[in-house]
Ligand binder design. Structure first.
Ligand SMILES: [Cu+2]
Length: 199
């Protein structure tokens, strides 16, 4: 074999080895980032801040098969029941023009029109006399993937109680029985006391 042919074969073999090595690195890197992405996909967290900026709680959402397990802890809140929801936008601006945390938009509805049925309606947070709350429950009304839409989502604690639009017909408003439009949108849970962007 002429010398030039040998050199060429070596060069080709060297190139192949380099390609294989680079390929292996690329595969490893892809696997590692996929693992991180997978872990991130299964857990979402929110830190709850009150309008004065202090941290008042934490919420963890863990995706399991067909369900999401939600855990919440809070402190420094007024004792009693508080409306607790996922809101449609992942923005918790305490100085929003329409009032603290109105930047988070309305409830995350998941396409269900009325409060009580909204995908983001959650069991109420019961704050004990020492200002603390702990809550754990399961919901099958959304997936973390759905909450991670283009504008994100936020967890909201309201100042007041949620009536879940459970307004019997005997309570008539403007001659019309049952819940009005505001109740059907909000549950009448009042001002927004604490907010956390889901991450
Ligand atoms: Cu709300």
């Amino acid at each position: 074999m002429p010398d030039w042919m040998n050199r060429r074969r070596l060069a080709v073999a060297g190139t192949t080895a380099l390609v294989v090595a680079t390929g292996a690195l690329a595969v490893n890197a892809t696997t590692a980032s996929a693992d991180r992405g997978h872990a991130r996909a299964k857990i979402a967290r929110a830190t709850l801040h009150s309008a004065d900026g202090s941290t008042v709680g934490r919420v963890t959402l863990r995706q399991t098969r067909g369900k999401v397990v939600v855990k919440a802890t809070a402190r420094g809140l007024a004792p009693g029941f508080h409306g607790f929801h996922i809101h449609a936008v992942g923005r918790c601006d305490a100085n929003a023009p329409d009032g603290p945390f109105t930047s988070a938009g309305g409830h995350y509805t998941g396409g269900r029109p009325n409060h009580g049925d909204h995908a983001g309606d959650l069991p109420s947070l019961l704050v004990t006399d020492n200002g603390r709350a702990r809550l754990k429950f399961v919901t099958d009304r959304f997936t973390l993937r759905e909450l991670r839409d283009a504008d994100g989502s936020a967890v909201m604690v309201h100042a007041g109680r949620d009536n879940f639009a459970n307004i019997p017909d005997r309570y008539s408003a403007a001659g019309q029985g049952g819940p009005d439009a505001t109740t059907l949108a909000t549950g009448d849970a009042g001002a927004r006391a604490a907010c956390g962007v889901l991450r």
